[in-house]
Design a protein around this ligand. Structure first.
Ligand code: ADP
Ligand code: ASP
Ligand code: MG
Length: 814
């Protein structure tokens, strides 16, 4: 004996119904009960239509016509013309009844729960009649079992309670007398007087479970439009995937907290009989689907799924006098229960000074009234404060039988949410420890589900969302690197790296699904909007995407000024822009502590030595307890390039211009040549060593004549360098005469720092520093005699971009 249930989408169109027929035919000749829903969307249409009629809106007639056409068209498409007449007349009679009832509602302007049940029952009655005739026409001998007669309930309309004694008897009496294949409408039932009742929205699943349990079915299958119960709602989490096996309790918790694929009461009847439930996909019958059974936890996955409920309101009852109020919780729940309010979660602080319950927002008013009445006396005596109501909330539940065997799941959940700036309003853990439930603001729901899904289903990809300002030399190269590396990261690192926002100084462009990198420049030009940095940040914050990273590839002070606000939104910042870390010490420290406080990352490895791992190495030394004694470094790739290329007979200005063309200088070459760039770098190294230091504390001897430095534009600067060329020629010839090379060296020793041009003799490690290379020597307590040396290309778009890339990946992997 088999019981199958097909949901609304499965029976929604003639094509889909043919798939249902194939599935049923494949199961023959086993005795089969097939429970069917209304044609997809029809229950909602019936509801909307009767609501219109009840307020006297004549347009109910148009909705009704739509419902009629839907059924008549299905017959025309599905059943051969020669067999159509019988079913047409049956359906016409039903539709006429429906029309009369609607007319009645329209005339009386009243829609009682009893009438609503009658109206909604037409969905399943119509669909089951059509399906039976279709199956018979296709040669499958099928009977129609009337669930209204078989399933008996109490008088609670719209959500009736089943009388199992009479129902089970009716089913076990009837089914053996019927054909091998019996189609029964889901959702509908009747009370002792034979008045139609329904089992609640989504109730066809329950109908099928009632049949399966009554008949001790060998197998019970729910056929729907997804390949099983998924790790999360697939409409919210694109990476959700079907769960192979679930225990009855896990399925119960997931469905209670919103996994719509199964109606929660469904599980109880089959749980008592331990009949496994299979969830299968009508449109992909070969997919394994999900099995819900008793022993489902042989595998290692301890978090099985995530589910959520929206439209939640939190009721907070507080008061200093609460401790002494007798039976306080009891009275609260009694009041809510008598008002028929479903309490979805409860949390209570151990101080007992407050209690907080989560309810559906539609129940706010009746709850307020019920509580006000119950605690009238205490409220008037101010033992209890007036009820606080918070709306716009959602519940997210993490479910798994084996969660109790693992410590730290709550911590992982809270930190994943915290790192994404999502605050938790209330927490509840079921005493079974099978679920951990949090309440958060509904506006964060989709982000929260995705963040948690990535955190607990590790095999899944992690989506990173980059927002990037500055797409010139370095930024443009970075984008090209991402483009080349995207597939590799996706396949081997499980990181889905998307650029969601880009901007230059004129235009900005956003696409929350990720900008198509094939033609990002063209799109920025054609589709971009006018750039305004604060607007860019606002849009980034509003889009509220998980794992967002702000990448600043500019050298701009205004953009650096935005970091604090960004970090406060728990968005990480990655930048080669040195301005923030090299401005006053308080700003630097404040940014680092803001990042820590808001659980965001602030990474700027490329501030010193481009892609060389200078800051991470220094950070590792300090964290492991080492102390810096001395730093000696050539930190300017541009100056090194310039002095390596500058030979007697060549004009200094031409070398400077060449460095610019190759992308080795800052946009303003004076920043490099004045030594300011090097000062900023040594300052950052000193600060990262753990010392309080300011730019003014660094002694700098410039080799550039003051007149050159006083120029305004790059062109004026170049002209002035040309005028003063003999100064530079003298520097180089003096050095050559002593067999030395010129290097701009930054030194930090005994608490003092300086930057200046030095003549480096042949035996010094700085002498053979090629091209645009940097070198840093760290003398520390552990590296006393032989310094720790980091050397390599220290400027250039490729290496800088790859350093930014490394920072981004460090965040992705954290
Ligand atoms: P039916 O009409 O077949 O009863 P429903 O629409 O009631 O189907 O339920 C199936 C839908 O439930 C899916 O299409 C999916 O969008 C939604 N859903 C929500 N949460 C989950 C989940 N965790 N797993 C699978 N589906 C889910
Ligand atoms: N047709 C009903 C509803 O849409 C019952 C069901 O499909 O499960 O709620
Ligand atoms: Mg359903």
């Amino acid at each position: 004996m088999k019981v199958l249930k097909f949901g609304g989408t499965s029976v929604g169109t003639p094509d889909n119904l043919r798939k249902v027929k194939d599935i049923l035919a494949a199961g023959q000749p086993e005795k089969t009960v097939c429970v069917v829903s209304a044609l997809g969307g029809v229950t909602n249409l019936l509801h909307a239509c009767s609501d219109l009629a009840a307020v006297g809106d004549e347009s109910y007639e148009a909705s009704l016509a739509q419902i009629e056409a839907r059924h008549l068209d299905t017959i025309k498409e599905l059943i051969p013309v020669k067999s159509q007449s019988v079913i047409f007349s049956k359906i016409r009679i039903l539709l006429n009844d429906l029309e009369d009832i609607m007319k009645g509602i329209y005339l009386i302007r009243e829609l009682s729960p009893k009438t609503l049940d009658k109206v909604l029952s037409f969905g399943e009655i119509l669909s089951s009649n059509i399906i039976v005739d279709f199956l018979n026409a296709e040669g499958l001998k099928t009977d129609l079992g009337d669930s209204r007669v078989l399933i008996k309930t109490d008088n609670i309309h719209n959500n009736a309670n089943v009388d199992f004694a009479s129902t089970n008897k009716n089913i076990t009496d009837y089914i053996p007398t019927a054909a091998n294949l019996v189609v029964c409408p889901g959702f509908v039932s009747s009370n002792a007087e034979g008045v139609t009742t329904t089992l609640g929205r989504g109730g066809s699943d329950y109908t099928a479970a009632i049949f399966a349990a009554a008949l001790d079915a060998d197998s019970f299958e729910i056929w729907t439009d997804v390949s099983g119960m998924m790790t999360s709602d697939p409409r919210q989490v694109a990476a959700a995937h079907p769960i192979e096996k679930l225990s009855f309790q896990e399925a119960l918790e997931l469905s209670h907290f919103g996994a719509k694929v199964i109606y929660p009461p469904t599980i109880q009847p089959v749980l008592d009989k331990k009949i496994p439930i299979k969830i299968k996909n009508t449109f992909a019958p070969e997919d394994a689907g999900t099995t819900i059974c008793e022993d489902a936890n042989g595998d290692k996955q301890f978090v099985k799924g995530l589910s959520s409920v929206s439209d939640i309101a939190l009721l907070n009852l507080t008061g200093s006098g609460m401790v002494g109020v007798p039976k306080f919780s009891f009275r609260l729940f009694k009041a809510l229960s008598e008002a028929k309010v479903n309490v979805i979660i409860i949390t209570q602080a151990s101080s007992e000074h407050s209690i907080c319950v989560g309810i559906d927002k539609k129940d706010i008013e009746i709850s307020q009234a019920a509580i006000a009445e119950e605690f009238q006396l205490e409220l008037s005596l101010r033992k209890i404060d007036p009820l606080e109501v918070e709306t716009g909330m959602a519940i997210v539940a993490l479910v798994g039988d084996k969660m109790r065997e693992h410590v730290g799941i709550g911590g992982q959940m809270f930190s994943a949410l915290g790192e994404n700036g999502i605050s938790i309003k209330a927490i509840a853990q079921g005493s079974s420890e099978r679920n951990i439930t949090v309440v958060l603001e509904e506006k964060h729901l989709s982000k929260a589900l995705n963040v948690l899904h990535e955190s607990f289903f590790l095999s899944q990809r992690k989506r990173m969302n980059l927002f990037m300002i500055g797409i010139g030399n370095v930024g443009g190269t970075f984008i090209e690197q991402i483009k080349k590396q995207y597939n590799y990261l996706d396949e081997f690192e499980n990181v889905d790296l998307r650029i969601v926002g880009i901007a230059n100084s004129r235009q900005m462009l956003f696409d929350i699904d990720g900008i198509d990198l094939a033609d990002w420049k063209g799109q920025l030009e054609s589709k971009g909007e006018k750039m305004a940095p604060q607007v860019f940040v606002d849009k980034m914050v509003e889009s509220n995407l998980r794992n967002s990273i702000f990448v600043d590839n500019t050298a701009n002070a205004e953009i650096a000024g935005l970091y604090e606000g960004i970090l406060r939104k728990s968005i990480s910042v990655v930048t080669p822009n040195k301005i923030a870390c090299a401005s006053d010490y308080d700003t630097y420290v404040n940014l680092k502590s803001t990042a820590r406080e808001y659980q965001a990352k602030f990474y700027y490895e490329t501030n010193v030595g481009a892609g060389l791992p200078v800051l991470t190495t220094l950070g590792d030394l300090i964290k492991s307890g080492d102390k810096i004694q001395k730093i000696q470094a050539v930190l300017s790739g541009s100056l090194n390039f310039i002095f390596n290329s500058f030979k007697p007979g060549v004009k200094f200005v031409d070398v400077v211009k060449q460095a610019g063309v190759e992308g080795y200088t800052e946009p303003d070459p004076k920043i490099d040549l004045s030594g300011v760039d090097v000062m900023r770098k040594i300052l950052i190294l000193i600060r990262e060593s753990g010392l309080k230091f300011e730019l003014d504390d660094i002694v700098s001897e410039s080799f550039i004549p003051a007149a050159c430095m006083d120029t305004k534009t790059n062109d004026e600067f170049y002209a002035s360098l040309e005028q003063h060329d003999e100064v530079f020629q003298k520097l180089v010839s003096d050095a050559e005469a002593k067999n030395c090379r010129l290097k701009v060296v930054a030194t930090f020793d005994k608490g003092k720092a300086s930057v200046g041009l030095q003549e480096i003799p042949k035996d010094h490690p700085f002498y053979i520093l090629e091209g645009k290379d940097n070198i840093v020597l760290f003398y520390t307590n552990r590296y006393q005699d032989q310094p720790l040396v980091i050397k390599g290309a220290g400027a250039g778009a490729e290496v800088t971009a790859s350093g930014i890339f490394a920072d981004v990946m460090r965040i992705a992997n954290s």
